[in-house]
Design a protein around this ligand. Structure first.
Ligand code: NAD
Length: 502
């Protein structure tokens, strides 16, 4: 979005209208490439959150009962409008998140794939039917929506992450309250307006702006039947514990530390390209970013050289100027990430490429940190143990495949991983043995397509179901099994035994 110099007031969305709220609490929203405050977002108090949730709950019965044909027609219209206008949404993302425009467009496209998947909801909701399960008795199964569901999103994908959930939730007949990140809240409001234009009835898709207070209400309000959360692991753990203690179905996707295992036979140029793309794309603020490169055998020096050579060619700057990598989301986050580089250096790691000295193509008050490559990283260093969530790639050296696998499996996170090799047998063994939810083979960011499900293992996901795909449909619906018999006088009579087939 071009900056007008005026600060916008970013509000809630309820019943297909903007709602300013009454709490008076707000938080500043900045353009990370200039450091300027571009808006202030409303932060809901409990009372406002309750009002939004209750509107969504009131809209549920009519939406649930609307025919699949009509619901699907709205989904298709939404998909068409999104496809026509996705450049607008991408520009909005870049202006508040900082990622470069091409990356923002990629995010919208991946979200759109879930909308397309959800357009097939009539097929996805089909149950089974058994004729004559018992004499004169038919049985069938059906999946029904839950009611009102909450979606709580992180800052790093303000459009795609909500779109992992709400297309499926809405298509299945639920009503939604989306709580975006307070750091980049405008994309959600833009999406809400698009839904209204697509003909979604009032109250089906709502946006609740806010922080912990809004989240707490979603986790405790009786009308909210399920919560999909994405964010850091400590908050995911809290959301899962509180939501389930309040009787809700919860899927809480947490943080990550994604490793790439580079075997001695790998094509090192391909691997180095992949490390740079996956380590520094979106300034490392992706839950599927590679942050740890595990170099096996004697290849480490050559691999580090190739990664460094490529990393030095990247242009860091304003996402609207055709640069490779944008700023970090806030000044505080930039400072935190830089402090990990300081600490790694103090701990004895070698700073091969130093992003702290970057000369960006952007505003002097932007939140800059260039691509950073650390070599000789040990598993006890904080740059390895913590999720940094910035453009910092750490290289760890091991002697064997087994040592590398053990290192990856010992990490508490299990979101994504990749192996680089030309040996099909080694790749097959790795995908079987690694304890991580999403695995790439010579593919550094193995984000599943919309018709598969997205989710990590261990501390990267709390709950049983992953996002979108069949698991997403199951999360937002519940099964019902129905047994029917139509009047047949021959089956009359009393029988207190447990029903058995006859
Ligand atoms: P975050 O945990 O700070 O915030 C996530 C959401 O929780 C936001 O909507 C925020 O307002 C809310 N929140 C913050 N503090 C809260 C509290 N005390 N109580 C209740 N709610 C609270 O995460 P973030 O910084 O916005 O996003 C980055 C994190 O998200 C990283 O850890 C990243 O790995 C993770 N992430 C994970 C996935 C995945 O698929 N596993 C995808 C994207 C991002």
């Amino acid at each position: 979005m071009p900056e007008t110099g005026q600060s916008s007031h970013i509000v809630h969305w309820v019943d297909n209208k903007r709602y300013s709220g009454t709490s008076g609490r707000t938080a500043p929203v900045t353009n990370p490439a200039t450091g300027r405050v571009t808006g202030e977002v409303a932060l809901a108090a409990g009372e406002e959150a309750r009002a939004v949730i209750e509107s969504a709950a009131a809209a549920f019965p009519a939406w649930r009962d609307m025919s699949l044909a009509k619901r699907t027609a709205v989904m298709f219209r939404f998909r068409e409008l999104l496809n026509e206008r996705k450049d607008e949404l991408a520009a909005l993302i870049t202006s508040e998140h900082g990622k470069v425009l091409s990356d923002a467009l990629g995010e919208v496209t991946r979200g759109q794939e879930v909308v397309e998947f959800a357009c097939g909801i009539p097929h996805l909701l089909k149950g089974g039917f058994t004729e004559n399960a018992s004499t004169g008795v038919d049985a069938f199964s059906t999946r029904q929506p839950l009611g009102t569901v909450g979606i709580i999103a992180p800052f790093n994908f303000p459009a795609m992450v909500p779109m992992w959930f709400f297309p499926v939730a809405i298509a299945a007949g639920n009503t939604v309250v989306l709580k975006p990140s307070e750091k980049d809240p405008s994309a959600a409001l833009w999406i809400a307006e698009l839904w209204a234009e697509a003909g979604l009835p009032d109250g089906v898709f709502n946006v609740l702006q806010g922080d912990k207070e809004a989240v707490d209400e979603l986790l405790t309000h009786k009308a909210v039947k399920a919560v999909s959360f994405v964010g850091s692991t400590p908050i995911a753990r809290h959301v899962y514990a509180t939501g389930t203690a309040n009787g809700k179905r919860v899927q809480a996707l947490g943080g990550a530390k994604n490793h790439a295992l580079v075997l001695p036979d790998a094509d090192l140029d391909l691997a180095a390209d992949a490390m740079v793309n996956a380590g520094f794309g979106s300034a490392g603020e992706r839950c599927m970013a590679i942050s740890a490169v595990v170099a096996v055998g004697g290849i480490a020096d050559e691999l580090v050289g190739k990664i460094a050579e490529r990393a030095r060619t990247l242009r860091t700057g304003d996402g609207t100027r055709g640069c490779d990598m944008g700023p970090l989301v806030t000044a505080a986050h930039r400072d935190r990430v830089a402090s990990y580089v300081d600490q790694a250096e103090a701990d004895g790691a070698t700073v091969v490429v130093d992003g702290r000295t970057v000369r960006p193509d952007g505003g002097e008050d932007g939140f800059w940190l260039g691509p950073t490559l650390l070599d000789g990283v040990g598993t006890g260093m904080s740059c390895y143990t913590d999720e940094i969530f910035g453009p910092v790639l750490s290289v760890l050296r091991v002697d064997t495949y087994e040592e590398g696998l053990d290192l990856i499996n010992s990490n508490p996170y299990g979101n994504g991983t990749a192996v680089f090799t030309n040996d099909g047998g080694a790749a097959r063994r790795f995908r079987n043995e690694v304890e991580v939810g999403m695995v790439g083979i010579n593919v550094p960011i193995p984000v599943p397509m919309a018709y598969y499900s997205f989710g990590g293992w261990k501390d990267s996901l709390f709950g049983d179901t992953h996002a979108h795909g069949t698991e997403g449909v199951h999360f937002f619906t519940r099964g019902k099994a129905v047994t029917t018999r139509w009047l047949d006088p021959s089956h009359g009579g009393l029988n207190l035994g447990f029903p058995q087939n006859a």
